[in-house]
Write a protein that binds this ligand. Structure first.
Ligand code: PLP
Length: 373
C-alpha cells in the first residue's frame, strides 16, 4: 500500500470544487472567491514592461524586491497607520503562501491553532500540514469572532489564533474594540494572532483596524495580498509582515519552498500598490451595490442573513435542502459546512458577478426557498 504522510492525509480537497463540478457548465456560479474585474491596466503594464526590459528574468531577493517592499510599507502607513520596516516584509505567492509560512514557522506537532468556524478553509488545512491541531471557535450570531471565546479556548498548547476581517465566508467585520482585544490576548498569552486582512479594502460599513495597530508586543502577524484588492488572483502575489525574529523564521521556510515570489508579479504588485487607487474604489462601490441587492433579495424570501460589512460574500441561514434545491435549479452556492461544522444550516453566496446574473440567481433562490419550505 502506498504510504503517505499522516499530516497530509488529514487534509481534504476543498468541498467548493466538488460543488462546481456537480453543477455543470451552464450553471450560474455564485461560488467563486475572486472578483469579476480585470487587473488594473497600470499593474499589467508594469509587468509587461519589466518582462520586455529583461528585468523580471532572474530571482529577486528572497524577501522580494526592495521597491515592492517599500511600496508595501507605504501601503501600511497610508491605510493602517502602521510603521512597517520593509525588512519586516516577505513577498509571497499569494496570501496562501503567507499563511503557510506563518503556520510552518510557529506550529509544532501537537500545537493547537484556534480557527474561526465557519472560516476560510486554508486555516484548518495548513494547521494540519504543519502537524498541528485546529480548534474551531464558534462565531457570534452576527458571524464575528468573539475575543472572549478565543481567550477561553487558549491552553498551554495553543500556538496561534486566526482572525479574518472582513471575513470569508461571512462578510463580517470585526470592530476596532475586538481588534484591540485580539492584540491584548496575543500579548498577554504569548500566542500568535495571525490576522488575515486580504479583504481589507472591500469594506462597506464599519472600520477596518488591524490588531497590529494595538499590539504592544510582537505577537501579531499580518497577511495581505493583491489578489482581492486589485483583482490579481492569478498573479499570485501576497505578503506577510511581522516582527524581525518571526520574519527570519518564515524566511527560512520561504527560501526553500519558493525562493522568491514571481518577479513579473512583483512588478505588477508594486504598480498596483503605488499607482492610482480608483479601480479599488470602483470595485468596492460595485460590491456594495450588489451586497444590497442580495440582502434585499434574501430578506424578501424570508431568509435571515447578518448584514455583510465587507468582502463579497453573504451567509444566510437556510432551511434544510435549500442548497441542493438551488443547485438543482442551476445556481451554485457553497454549503456552509464546507467552511466548518459551524457553517451548518448556512450557505455562502458570492456576489462577485454582474447585477443581471445576480438578479436571475435570486429569482431561482426564491423559487427554491418556496419549494423547500
Ligand atoms: N485569505 C482569505 C480569507 C481568502 O478568502 C483567500 C482566498 O480566497 C486567501 C486568504 C488567499 O488568497 P490568495 O489568492 O492571495 O492566496
Amino acid at each position: 500500500m502506498t504510504r503517505f504522510a499522516r499530516r497530509v492525509e488529514q487534509v481534504s480537497i476543498s468541498g467548493i470544487r466538488e460543488v462546481f463540478e456537480a453543477a455543470g457548465e451552464d450553471a450560474i456560479n455564485l461560488g467563486l472567491g475572486q472578483p469579476d474585474f480585470p487587473t488594473p491596466t497600470h499593474a499589467r503594464r508594469a509587468a509587461v514592461e519589466a518582462i520586455e526590459a529583461g528585468e523580471a528574468d532572474a530571482y529577486t531577493s528572497n524577501r522580494g524586491t526592495e521597491s515592492l517592499r517599500a511600496a508595501i510599507a507605504d501601503k501600511h502607513a497610508r491605510d493602517n497607520d502602521l510603521a512597517v520596516d520593509p525588512e519586516n516584509v516577505i513577498a509571497t505567492a499569494g496570501g496562501s503562501e503567507a499563511l503557510h509560512l506563518a503556520m510552518e514557522a510557529h506550529v509544532d506537532p501537537g500545537d493547537e491553532v484556534l480557527v474561526p468556524d465557519p472560516g476560510f478553509v486554508a486555516y484548518e488545512a495548513l494547521t494540519h500540514v504543519a502537524g498541528g491541531e485546529p480548534v474551531p471557535i464558534e462565531l457570534r450570531d452576527d458571524l464575528t469572532l468573539d475575543p472572549a471565546a478565543v481567550e477561553a479556548a487558549i491552553t498551554e498548547d495553543t500556538a496561534v489564533f486566526v482572525v479574518n476581517s472582513p471575513g470569508n465566508p461571512t462578510g463580517a467585520v470585526q470592530s476596532p474594540a475586538d481588534m484591540r482585544e485580539f492584540a491584548r490576548i496575543a500579548d498577554e498569552h504569548d500566542v500568535v494572532c495571525l490576522s488575515d486582512e486580504v479583504y481589507e479594502r472591500m469594506l462597506f460599513d464599519g472600520e477596518h483596524r488591524s490588531p497590529a495597530e494595538f499590539a504592544t508586543g510582537d505577537g501579531v502577524i499580518v497577511v495581505n495580498a493583491c489578489s482581492k484588492t486589485y483583482s490579481m488572483t492569478g498573479w499570485r502575489l501576497g505578503w506577510v509582515t511581522a516582527a524581525e525574529e518571526r520574519i527570519e523564521r518564515m524566511l527560512r521556510v520561504h527560501q526553500y519552498i519558493q525562493a522568491c515570489a514571481s518577479a513579473p508579479a512583483q512588478y505588477a504588485a508594486e504598480a498596483a500598490l503605488s499607482g492610482p487607487q480608483a479601480p479599488v474604489a470602483e470595485m468596492r462601490e460595485t460590491f456594495e451595490r450588489r451586497r444590497d441587492i442580495v440582502l434585499d433579495g434574501l430578506e424578501s424570501m424570508g431568509l435571515t442573513c447578518p448584514r455583510p460589512q465587507g468582502a463579497f460574500y453573504a451567509m444566510p441561514a437556510v432551511p434544510e435542502g435549500w442548497v441542493e434545491a438551488v443547485l438543482d435549479r442551476g445556481v451554485v452556492v457553497v454549503p456552509g459546512e464546507a467552511f466548518g461544522a459551524g457553517g451548518a444550516g448556512h450557505a455562502r453566496i458570492s456576489y462577485a458577478t454582474d447585477t443581471e446574473t445576480l438578479r436571475e440567481a435570486l429569482d431561482v433562490m426564491a423559487e427554491a426557498t418556496a419549494a423547500v419550505r
